[in-house]
Design a protein around this ligand. Structure first.
Ligand SMILES: Cc1ncc(C[n+]2csc(CCOP(=O)(O)OP(=O)(O)O)c2C)c(N)n1
Ligand SMILES: [Mg+2]
Length: 485
């Protein structure tokens, strides 16, 4: 083939692959490109080269990067077809088209949604899924019930003014619980905020949840975060940060680090549909694809970002199609179907770890609760829509029907379990509420090595205010351990 660069005979890629030791133990390969350009006028103006200049690109990457493969295929295409049929271009050959055709912004047929159970919890015939044994199924079911009950009681505690804020997972319980069941505990979770089910699955106790929400001295965040901003090093669960989508590019860094250390683990980043409108979502997916980072992006499409419906969020067919744009394998799953989520996340994890690739999973499950305790969703969406999802597409009821049909659970088990969890929750709330708040000095610690003068000034002002108006502050506020900043 007389390809574009061959015809000009001006660019020669010298690709040498050398084995190098990267950080001592692991053997890596890297591409070393040298491009030499002549001064011929046939070089397209846009091509970034200097006359006769030898430009050296040295890119250090794992052997199997997409860029490497693309360059290989570009080389291999030397021997093929007519230059009139296809353009050799960095990234691969592109066929010519003589009919002007715009790619449509949307297709009539939407990407289908993978599911295994129908709305009555009955398995759909002829669908294969990873077998879930009794022990696993019951842990999945009982954790979903626990999560639902925790949400109910903590939400009530917020309405009673005992905690300042809360957000429930109602309608989306299957997503976090079934994902957790499918993952390894070594996988590092970077949550958005509606995924406490993962922590619950991994053994974070009801007392630990309550301590965080009450911001007492047993809270690992020392009471400095809003309620529900959990984090646990022990459980590989990165502390939630309020700004939406910041966790997504961070997850790629985590995944890339796991890749460099050759760990059999992946990063798992959650986002909501609203989070996908942030630049961080796009930067994260693109970085992940290019770096072949083992990260699973799980987008909980629940139809709403507070009061913004998805019709005002994007005009694409949801989120799943965006994976393709970034070169990431993607799937859409029924988020109310615990078995489908479990099966899909198991497969996504296998791909991510064995093929070292990012994967995008879009789950569809309506946000049945209000956005948070600061929201009243009946102001912007119809009640019957909420009721429909609550009654007929309830992930917990659906999974219960399945475990009951299997003969693994019955009415008595249900009643006993709920009563036991309710007692544990009430106890956890009482203990957390009675536990002393962290010393106020903690407010000023852990951020700066040497605290700046404005922080010292703020601390001084706070002490003065509390001394002057003690009646306006909780009596258990501890000023002990006050330190000079
Ligand atoms: C960068 C940023 N912008 C705005 C907000 C305010 N905010 C908090 S939650 C939220 C909606 C997020 O919706 P979505 O990602 O769909 O998650 P969901 O609440 O539906 O689970 C917004 C806009 C924020 N926290 N951070
Ligand atoms: Mg949403």
């Amino acid at each position: 083939m007389a390809s574009w660069w061959r015809r000009t005979s001006v660019i020669s890629y010298q690709i040498s692959r050398a084995k190098v030791d990267f950080r001592g133990s692991s053997t890596w390969k890297y591409h070393h490109f040298q491009s030499e350009y002549s001064s011929t006028s046939l070089i397209p103006r846009s091509f970034p080269c200097n006359n006769k200049a030898a430009t050296l690109f040295s890119v250090e990457r794992c052997q199997s990067t997409v860029a490497g493969k693309q360059l290989d295929s570009l080389h291999a295409s030397d021997n093929c077809d007519d230059e009139n049929e296809a353009m050799d271009f960095p990234g691969g050959k592109v066929a010519y088209n003589f009919e002007m055709k715009f790619i449509l912004g949307s297709s009539e047929k939407r990407i289908p949604c993978y599911r295994l159970l129908n709305d009555d919890g009955e398995p759909i015939m002829n669908t294969g899924f990873v077998q879930v044994n009794k022990e696993l199924a019951l842990k999945m079911y009982s954790d979903m019930v626990t999560l639902q009950m925790m949400d109910t009681l903590f939400y009530e505690a917020q309405r009673q003014g005992r905690i300042s804020f809360y957000a429930t997972s109602f309608g989306e319980e299957a997503i976090s619980i079934a994902s957790a069941a499918a993952l390894s505990e070594d996988d590092i979770i970077l949550p958005q905020y509606r995924e406490p089910g993962i922590l619950l699955w991994r053994g974070f106790t009801l007392q630990e949840f309550a301590n965080q929400c009450f911001g007492n001295k047993a809270d690992y965040g020392k009471g400095r975060q809003m309620p529900i901003h959990y984090g646990s090093r022990k459980h590989n669960y990165v502390t939630i940060s309020s700004p939406i989508a910041t966790q997504l590019p961070q997850a790629v860094g985590v995944a890339y680090s796991l890749k460099m250390d050759k760990k059999n683990a992946c990063a798992v980043a959650f986002t909501g549909d609203g989070g996908t409108s942030e630049g961080d979502f796009h930067a994260g997916l693109n970085f992940a694809a290019v770096l072949e980072a083992p990260v699973i992006f799980i987008c909980r499409n629940n139809g709403w970002a507070i009061s913004t419906p998805i019709s005002e969020q994007f005009r694409s067919d949801g989120i799943v199609v965006k994976g393709k744009a970034y070169g990431i394998p993607s799937i859409r799953v029924d988020g109310t179907d615990a078995l489908a989520v479990y099966t899909a996340i198991r497969a996504a994890r296998d791909m991510a770890t064995s093929e070292q690739t990012p994967v995008l999973v879009e789950t569809l499950a309506y946000r049945v609760g209000h956005h948070s305790s600061s929201d009243d969703s009946t102001k912007y969406r119809p009640l019957d829509e909420i009721d429909y999802w609550k009654m007929y597409r309830n992930p917990v009821n659906k999974f219960r029907k399945w475990v009951e049909t299997k003969g693994w659970w019955n009415e008595t088990d249900e009643a006993e379990f709920r009563s036991s969890i309710k007692k544990q929750l009430l106890q956890a709330i009482q203990v957390a509420e009675k536990t002393e708040k962290p010393p106020l000095t903690e407010l000023f610690r852990d951020v700066y090595d040497l605290p700046p003068s404005n922080l010292a000034e703020q601390q001084k002002q706070l002490w003065e205010t509390i001394s002057k108006y003690p009646q306006d502050f909780p009596s258990d506020l501890s000023l002990r351990n006050q330190v000079d900043l």
